[in-house]
Design a binder for this molecule. Structure first.
Ligand SMILES: *Cc1c(COP(=O)(O)O)cnc(C)c1O
Length: 464
């Protein structure tokens, strides 16, 4: 690009002139002077660089209007990069890119309560220092029977920490059918490398027997690890060793038994038509030394990774310097405590959004689809809205084969492709992320809560 002609650009307003305009004053009131000056400089640089034959004819007033448009555009671009609430209309209940489990109201209130100072590492009765998460020990014990607990940043961290603290420089035996990749660069063999534990693979992709584990045990073996293949299934000619058998073998050979169940399910969801998931309490009952799982999958709580198990083993893990690097913050702890209290009260299916969404009845979803459609219809104009039957997914690497019957609203706007309409919905406020199915934009009632109906209707009205 040739250097801009000074003469042509003489009508470009100065930073000071723009600062004196009413439009810019409005922006300064909201965003502060320094921020706005940054946008002004950036906008002027771009206008200089993009000067064309046409814009070179502009007078001062036109340049000023153009500059203000650019400044607003920079503001809008920046706002799209800020973290903001989003309505998840995808029907994927645990949508990792949308923050997985939406928290229960009580968990949200608990985070707010803990936001200033809280007894995160202190015993209020004695004033003595206590480990972070000691507040949850009795809850975990009641819910799962576990003797001891430790909570870290996520399940990947929990696995890494368990391997590092319990097996660094030693072998851990895993079935080849369980060497999972979760996504976001979590691959079990890489986690082993990072931990310093040595991966000892046994069996085959589809079949691993107890004898395979037994034969692989040697002087340098520290543990047997079972990993739940949470985001895929191997079907057909398959065989795997159940956790109770693995625990027995570990005990006989004086090894640790570690179980990665992934989704952290405390409630059997089979009565609601969902496939079987390993329950945390079943692992504890089977006698594992440590079970690890996520807090923000089927537990329905905040992002965290939980290690439950035998006191002496958890104590060894807690003492690792790596544990300090992976510790959770007080807000997460507060939300987790509230979530566990809901589980203990027996209200999980009603109060924990993830579980409420997964177990929502077909007829309820149908009725809510009709209600939502009634809110949107007056705004439709030339757009078309239909209530259709569809299927939702669980997501978050949980229950990959589950397809939950659901109801969706399907929206079509003349002159807009589904992708264009979806983009408008994402960038508009409130932000809505829909699902695109058969080249149509769909809003799946399973992941939309009743409290969001009104704002979703407003958002749709804004973009059509
Ligand atoms: C999801 C999952 C993980 C990773 O959990 P994050 O909390 O996302 O780190 C690890 N193992 C299994 C079996 C999982 O399902």
């Amino acid at each position: 690009m040739s250097a801009p002609d000074e003469n042509v650009l003489r009508h470009l307003p100065s930073v000071d002139a723009l600062l004196r305009s009413d439009d810019v004053a409005e922006l300064i009131a909201v965003y502060g002077r320094d921020t706005v000056i940054g946008w002004i400089r950036n906008a002027l640089d771009r206008l200089r660089a993009e000067c064309t034959d046409e814009s070179s004819q502009f007078d001062r007033n036109q340049w000023t209007q153009l500059a203000i448009e650019r400044i607003r555009q920079l503001r809008d671009d920046e706002e799209l990069l800020t973290l903001e609430p989003v309505i998840n209309a995808t029907g994927v209940v645990l949508h990792t890119n949308l923050g997985r489990a939406p928290l229960a109201d009580r968990a949200i209130a608990a985070m707010q309560n803990a936001a200033r100072n809280t007894n995160v590492e202190i015993d209020l009765a004695t004033g003595d220092r206590r480990y972070r998460g000691h507040q949850l020990d009795h809850l975990w014990r009641e819910l799962t029977g576990a003797e001891a607990s430790l909570v870290v940043n996520n399940c990947a961290a929990a696995t890494l920490l368990a391997l590092q603290a319990l097996a660094v420089g030693r072998e851990v035996v895993v079935s080849r059918g369980q060497l999972i990749e979760i996504g976001g660069s979590y691959r079990l063999p890489d986690v082993f490398k990072m931990s310093g534990a040595i991966l000892r693979e046994v069996g085959t992709t589809n079949r691993t027997r107890l004898a395979d584990y037994d034969n692989a045990i040697g002087d340098n073996t520290a543990a047997l690890l079972r990993v739940h293949p949470s985001n895929f299934r191997v079907l057909g000619f398959t065989e795997s060793v159940d956790i109770a058998e693995l625990v027995n073998l570990a005990k006989r050979r004086s090894l640790l038994a570690i179980d990665d169940v992934g989704s952290g399910c405390l409630t059997d969801l089979q009565p609601f038509g969902l496939p079987k998931e390993p329950l945390v309490q079943d692992s504890i009952r089977a006698g594992v030394d440590v079970v690890v799982f996520s807090g923000d999958k089927l537990l329905g709580g905040p992002q965290c990774g939980v290690l439950l198990g035998k006191s002496a083993v958890i104590e060894r893990v807690r003492k690792s310097p790596v544990a300090r690097a992976l510790r959770i913050d007080k807000l997460t702890l507060a939300a987790l405590q509230a979530t566990l209290e809901i589980h203990r009260h027996g209200n999980a299916l009603e109060e924990i959004p993830t579980l409420a969404m997964l177990t929502a009845e077909f007829d309820v979803l149908r009725r809510r689809a009709e209600q939502l459609a009634d809110l949107i219809r007056p705004k439709l104009g030339a757009a078309k809205l239909e209530v259709v039957e569809s299927k939702s997914a669980v997501g978050g690497g949980s229950l990959p084969l589950a397809e939950l019957p659901t109801f969706c609203l399907q929206l079509a706007v003349p002159g807009l492709s589904a992708d264009q309409l979806a983009k408008r919905l994402r960038i508009n406020r409130p932000h809505v992320v829909p699902r695109i199915e058969s080249a149509a934009v769909c809003f799946d009632l399973r992941t939309i809560c009743l409290a969001e109906h009104q704002s979703l209707a407003t958002a749709i009205g804004n973009v059509i």
